[in-house]
Design a protein around this ligand. Structure first.
Ligand code: GLP
Length: 246
């Protein structure tokens, strides 16, 4: 595990964007695994700026997103497809046909099967971007008794529904289910980069990356990844031993 510490959220976004841009320079046709949530917004903003300045190029890249709420269509402003269009896809030179997000409107079991077939056909993810939920979830892989390998339907935990309610008019509007990529393609990615900011994530960062590897804290499995980058601001990394940070 390699840890990059930024002073604040803005700098974290810029460090993360530079790492994605470096990946695209080395391999222009990279397959990028992408995440939603408020944490990667600054990275997407910085990537859009780099692309508009001609300093990075998405024209040969492909992207796969981690997850989508069951029942939300791409036109729904709270859907993850909408989020990706707004924050990244419409602002960089990626081809729309090269961007993939699970289908929230299909029958969930069918959407999962199709997404796994798609992931198989695309091959190994080159760089997987992740955020982390306050309970340690990655994508929508919630704490459970095992690490689910494949794309699956999840019942969102009460804490996730509460945390994500800020994006909806009310908590009642948050879908109770989501389709999420499983742990296998995440762990199989050549590089995994998890972004985290804010004091409220400090405790889960400590548990996930210095505690035992357990499906009760899904992100803890990243300790087993040979090329795992943790990019966080000072507040989120505050409970880690200083010697871990480079
Ligand atoms: C959602 C997403 C996750 C994300 C998490 C944290 O649950 N499915 O991929 O990591 O939120 O979001 P935030 O960055 O807003 O704290």
């Amino acid at each position: 595990m390699k840890i990059y510490r930024s002073e604040d959220e803005r700098e974290m976004g810029m460090i993360a964007a530079d790492l994605v841009a470096a990946q695209l320079r080395v391999k222009p046709n990279s397959l990028l695994g992408l995440a939603t949530g408020s944490t990667p917004v600054g990275m997407y903003e910085a990537l859009a700026e780099l692309c508009q300045a001609g300093k990075t190029d998405f024209s040969a890249a492909k992207t796969v997103n981690l997850d989508e709420y069951v029942s939300l269509s791409p036109e729904n402003e709270q859907s993850y497809r909408y989020f990706m269009q707004k924050h990244l896809f419409e602002r960089v030179n990626i081809l729309p046909r090269n961007t993939f997000v699970p289908d929230g409107t299909a029958d969930p079991a069918v959407a999962c099967k199709r997404y796994d077939e798609l992931l198989d056909s695309l091959g190994r993810i080159d760089l997987q971007v992740l955020g982390i939920g306050r309970n340690g979830h990655i994508g929508f892989n919630e704490p459970s008794d095992d690490f689910p390998c494949d794309t699956h339907v999840v019942e969102l935990s009460e804490s996730t529904i509460e945390a994500n309610a800020r994006f909806f008019a009310s908590k009642a509007e948050v879908p109770r289910r989501a389709v999420t990529m499983g742990i296998r393609p995440i762990l199989y990615a050549r590089t995994v980069m998890l972004l985290v900011c804010g004091e409220e994530k400090a405790e889960i960062v400590k548990r996930a990356f210095t505690g035992p590897v357990t499906p009760r804290v899904p992100a803890s499995i990243l300790q087993l990844h040979p090329n795992f980058l943790l990019v966080g601001d000072r507040a989120a990394l505050s409970l880690l031993d200083g010697s871990m940070v480079c």
